[in-house]
Design a protein around this ligand. Structure first.
Ligand code: GTP
Length: 604
């Protein structure tokens, strides 16, 4: 199609502001889906996404729209993931667009995620169309939200579209605004092929499916294509677009968005952000902005039943086929046996992988406390990257430790400020910005260690603000910090899987909290169990679990047999989620209790 009639756009919104509902409404309005097919939100396809109400994978849907000017337009709606863990994927999806709808909830207003994605869109020079959604709500305040958009984002909101994705208000106006205000796709179909990979996933029948935006040139079936970073050549087996069902086509040309497959075996061979070109007509420059996706959060995954180790490895292999940001390597823990050290983009990514392993592959897991990757300079000049406390070097060899630092943006209401400032302080945050943004709300920007966010920051923020705080962050660099490794000893034996890296000044507090928590979580044994937190040889906290006086069956001596069996079964059930470490049975929760050791969260 002539690029003059193509509009590529995406929807930027904070979680729950109505992005998926609006996308569905656009599909329905342009006739891509009938009302009957609309029963379910179609853009979020994975079960997990639907259950958690978040969008994980970006998709691109082609819509045909007959505009008021009498012309037929091709609108490509590119969906973006809605979570801070997936910022890089969002940025690549935005790179495929010329414009974006900035959807803001008419009663909630601008949130941290709205801002972060808006800045990304501005960075990519996208035309932004403000859409104030949910105007059907009695609490809607469109005029106030317009002011907010102007004050905080600095965007002219006088022509914002007032909409209700739920009841279908403003949908026609949105389509017209896309046609009139989003610049048309540019590009020359006769130039050598240059195309952006902005998403990819693994299909068991076709191999990797690539979602691509064609910048210049054309791609056809049978054509030999090359990928810039991997320098590999493939023959295109098929191509098409989503409408939203896959529709095969003969070619995709400059300006268009669609999918292709070329017998590519894993998603790590078709990296998001990479450039596709034609083998016969090489280009000299790739498209800008490609980055390897680097895991930022690391944790150990262990099967509860050690014979499931092979099963876990196969499952991890399968997940990696479809998730180039996830990686793993074998790890051996004295306490937990054979497992895997895994790297994730963030905590949500970790939770998704963990849930998929348990749900789709039925593997019961123990996950050790997530941590970050430190840069450690040794006396001999070597610089190590350490993401596993068990690999922490001997302190006498360490010259300097650098930890990853983030810029975190928090938007909240003034009444919760006291609690939140206290929390940010406790989490070693340095204030960079404090701004009243109208409507009794405040925007805070803090520089803080990623390590602190990986601990229980998000939950604590939610409870400190009764849920009225939004958070967004991005990695800003590294900072030298006096970190130490804290070990936990159970009945005198160090349990390597419970070791964590903490800031020296917080070690005592954290150690005490952790030991108290473990005391409540580890059941009584036949003997007294000492629990200790130690830094090197120095014990910094100690508690003990008193011995059991009677065993459970003795309690029902003379009682009826079914009660006895019930008790035994209950015990067995309990055992399933326990791991024997040395002489002591440690329940699964204990390994994650490390996460919740700071003040205020140890009372439960
Ligand atoms: N009253 C009202 N509710 C709406 C409107 N649009 C969406 N909602 C509701 O708001 C909630 C969130 O909508 P979604 O479309 O799932 O939000 P989202 O932004 O896609 O959320 P993520 O997929 O998590 O990013 C749902 O319960 C919708 O039914 C609207 O115009 N009016």
């Amino acid at each position: 199609m002539d690029p003059a009639y193509i509009r590529n756009f995406s929807i930027i919104a904070h979680i729950d502001h109505g992005k998926s509902t609006l996308a569905d409404r656009l599909l329905e309005y342009t006739g891509a889906l009938s009302q009957r097919e609309m029963k379910e939100q179609v853009l979020d396809s994975m079960d997990l996404e639907r259950e958690r109400g978040i969008t994980i994978k970006a998709h691109a849907v082609r819509l045909e729209y007959h505009a008021d000017d009498g012309n037929l337009y091709q609108l490509n709606l590119i969906d973006t993931p809605g979570h801070v863990d997936f910022t890089y994927e969002v940025s690549r999806s935005l790179q495929a667009c010329e414009g974006a709808l900035l959807v803001v909830d008419a009663s909630q207003g601008v949130e941290a995620q709205t801002l972060a994605n808006t800045y990304l869109a501005i960075h990519h020079n996208l035309e932004l169309i403000p859409v104030i959604n949910k105007i059907d709500l009695p609490s809607a305040e469109p005029e106030r939200i317009k002011e907010q958009i102007e004050n905080i984002i600095g965007l002219d909101a006088s022509e914002a579209v007032l909409a209700s994705a739920k009841s279908g208000i403003g949908i026609h106006e949105i389509c017209e605004a896309v046609v009139k205000r989003v610049p048309h796709a540019k590009g020359d179909p006769d130039k050598p092929l240059r195309a952006l990979i902005f998403d990819s996933w693994f299909d068991p029948y076709r191999g990797v499916i690539i979602l691509t935006r064609i910048l210049d040139g054309k791609v056809r079936k049978g054509q030999k294509i090359r990928l810039w970073t991997t320098e590999t050549t493939y023959e295109v087996d098929g191509l098409g677009f989503q409408s939203p069902k896959p529709v095969p086509c003969d070619e995709l040309s400059a300006g268009e968005v669609g999918f292709l497959f070329a017998n590519i075996k894993t998603v790590s061979d078709a990296k998001i952000g990479d450039t596709i070109y034609e083998a016969a007509r090489p280009i000299t420059e790739p498209l800008p902005g490609f980055e390897e996706m680097k895991p930022m959060v690391f944790a150990g995954l262990y099967p509860i039943e050690s014979h499931e180790h092979g099963l876990l490895r196969d499952a991890l292999e399968k997940l990696r086929l479809n998730d180039s940001a996830f990686n793993f390597e074998p790890e051996n823990s004295v306490a937990l046996g054979f497992g895997f050290r895994c790297g994730f983009l963030g905590l949500l990514h970790l939770e998704i992988v963990q849930e998929r392993l348990e749900r789709e592959f039925q593997i019961d897991l123990i996950t050790t406390a997530p941590g970050v990757r430190y840069l450690i300079t040794l006396g001999n000049g070597d610089v190590l990257e350490v993401d596993n406390p068990t690999k922490w070097p001997n302190p006498s060899e360490i010259i300097k430790i650098e930890e990853p630092i983030i810029d975190a943006t928090v938007i909240t209401r003034e009444e919760y400020l006291g609690e939140i400032l206290k929390l940010l302080e406790e989490k070693r945050g340095d204030q960079k910005k404090f701004e009243h943004i109208g409507g009794g709300r405040v925007m805070l920007v803090y520089e803080m260690p990623l390590n602190e966010v990986v601990l229980d920051f998000y939950d604590r923020l939610k409870s400190a603000s009764r849920g009225y705080a939004s958070l967004d962050y991005h990695l800003s660099g590294h900072r030298v910090s006096p970190m130490v490794k804290m070990d936990v000893l159970v009945a005198g034996d160090p349990v390597d899987a419970l070791s964590i890296i903490v800031h020296k000044d917080f070690a005592y507090e954290r150690g005490k909290g952790l030991i108290e928590r473990l005391r409540k979580l580890i059941p009584r044994q036949q003997f007294e169990v000492a629990l200790q937190a130690a830094i090197g040889a120095k014990i910094i906290a100690r508690e003990s679990i008193a011995a059991l006086r009677k065993n459970v069956i003795a309690k029902c001596y003379g009682g009826d047999i079914s009660r006895k069996r019930k008790l035994l079964e209950k015990q067995k059930e309990g055992k399933r989620r326990m791991k024997r470490v040395g002489r002591v049975e440690i329940p699964q929760e204990a390994f994650l209790s490390v996460l919740k050791v700071s003040q205020g969260s140890s009372e439960d």
